[in-house]
Design a binder for this molecule. Structure first.
Ligand SMILES: NC(=O)C1=CN([C@@H]2O[C@H](COP(=O)(O)OP(=O)(O)OC[C@H]3O[C@@H](n4cnc5c(N)ncnc54)[C@H](OP(=O)(O)O)[C@@H]3O)[C@@H](O)[C@H]2O)C=CC1
Ligand SMILES: [Mg+2]
Length: 431
């Protein structure tokens, strides 16, 4: 459904000083200042419709989980949407309650709506794909995977203490458009998200209309629920494009640490590529945060690896694991993943000159305790079964700016990681 930027022809490849070829970023960037004659929708029709539809689904289906203030928020959000001018001008959205059956959205139209909402903000940062191909033999289109801790709205406003980020930069109605703009710009086939606390009212309805199938697994005791006016618990979400993959099996995993159930979760799904018939497993997780919890994270990592051993039938099925591991590469949990019998490599290491070093940061923020610059987010992949064809470069320190993240032009304190994968040619080779 997407016209993917990865299909850029090789004539557009450029070499930079590091010798890596850089693919120009997709042509979907918000212009730095809106052209005077640019048509702007009168109201954010698609964005409003998504909220209306999901509200109706939740109120009709009786599947709403009781989550204290979260549930009442959803009902008030529904009432608000019913009264909104967009909803009253487009009543058809209110009588089609199931987002599965809503009309598909043209991604360009949604992007235009996002840009209209964001027209007072500075432009999106430019990021380029770095070409990492060692051969060009693959005949099938690559699988583009996005890993992103999008920052839970309740945590950003209520708990995170981003002292240099103005509260106006965190307004959900605009921040959600920055998140959507990032997704629409890179058009991943698979999206692995953490800190999702707007699944039912935003991401599930909108992304399903863009052709994705989604799964959400909330944290059992999400810290979002402690925040006044929260929108429900945060958790991991996994989306894949239905026209590219068939779901073979799906597991929601509550991670354990030393046999004790923890507050952290993972989703693991086995997908089959419709083009090639090849199967692979994709997993998303968000491990326990904060210093002092290194052994706990390590135990959670071991539990996840054990689950993935079972799901991949002892590494027979190629695997991609995306996550906010809340662990620097020096930590034990990182070492467990790097040395696992699942034969995993971390994709973003391939951006370094020697292919052995993780990037200097994937998250950068200023809290009351000071500046926090860390590498915590990873995309692991089966190194014998999959090739990384390209990876999206990170933002530079200059682009991130002195107030760090989040900001008026980047919606999360974590950067998105995006990679294009292809299968190696020998499906029966050692994984
Ligand atoms: N009701 C109950 O019985 C229970 C409730 N709880 C609730 O769960 C919460 C703990 O949940 P848990 O999953 O272990 O949380 P974590 O320690 O994993 O952190 C939760 C979030 O806080 C962010 N974070 C990390 N460092 C900081 C910081 N220095 N300041 C502010 N935020 C930070 C993390 O973001 P990132 O990953 O981006 O760093 C993460 O998303 C408790 O606050 C409690 O509210 C827990 C157990 C039982
Ligand atoms: Mg966070």
């Amino acid at each position: 459904m997407f016209q993917s930027p990865r299909r850029l022809c090789s004539a557009l490849l450029q070499r930079d000083a590091s010798g890596l070829r850089r693919l120009p970023a997709p042509g979907l960037r918000r212009p730095s200042s809106p052209p005077a004659a640019a048509p702007r929708p009168a109201s954010p029709r698609l964005l409003a419709a998504a909220s209306a539809a999901s509200g109706a689904v939740r109120s009709c289906s009786r599947t709403v989980r009781s989550m204290g203030t979260g549930t009442s928020r959803l009902y008030s959000a529904l009432a608000k949407t019913l009264n909104s001018s967009a909803a009253s001008q487009h009543p058809e959205y209110l009588v089609s309650p199931d987002p599965e059956h809503l009309e598909p959205i043209d991604p360009k139209e949604l992007l235009e709506e996002c840009r209209a909402v964001l027209h007072t903000r500075p432009p999106r940062y430019q990021r380029d794909f770095v070409d990492l191909r060692t051969d060009c033999s693959s005949t099938h289109p690559p699988i583009r995977v996005m890993q992103w801790n999008i920052l839970a709205q309740a945590l950003g406003e209520g708990k995170d203490n981003f002292v240099q980020c103005p509260v106006e930069a965190l307004k959900w109605e605009e921040r959600k458009c920055l998140i959507l703009e990032e997704i629409l710009a890179y058009q991943p086939d698979i999206l692995c998200l953490q800190e999702v606390d707007h699944y039912f009212d935003t991401f599930q309805p909108l992304l399903s209309r863009l052709g994705y199938q989604g799964t959400f697994f909330p944290k059992p005791w999400s810290p979002c629920l402690d925040v006044e006016h929260n929108n429900g618990p945060d958790g991991c979400a996994l989306f894949f494009l239905q026209n590219r993959f068939k779901l073979i099996n799906s597991a929601n995993i509550r991670l354990t640490a030393m046999t004790l159930k923890t507050n952290q979760v993972a989703i693991a799904q086995t997908l089959e590529c419709k083009e090639s018939g090849r199967q692979f497993c994709i997993a998303v997780t968000h491990l326990k945060a904060r210093t002092g919890w290194e052994r706990f994270r390590s135990a959670q990592g071991c539990d996840l690896l054990q689950n993935l051993q079972n799901i991949t039938q002892g590494a027979k099925i190629p695997l991609i694991v995306c996550g906010d591991f809340n662990a620097e590469p020096t930590e034990e949990v990182y070492k467990h993943f790097a040395s696992s019998s699942l034969n995993l490599n971390s994709a973003y290491k391939l951006l370094s000159a020697d292919g052995q070093s993780e990037p200097p940061y994937t998250t950068w923020k200023i809290r009351t305790s000071g500046e926090c610059r860390h590498t915590l987010d990873y995309i692991w992949y089966s190194k014998h079964a999959l090739n990384v064809r390209s990876a999206l470069d990170l933002l530079t320190e200059e682009q991130i700016g002195p107030n760090r993240l989040p900001s008026f032009n980047y919606p999360s304190d974590h950067l998105s990681l995006v990679c294009d994968f292809s299968f190696t040619e020998e499906p029966d080779g050692l994984l």
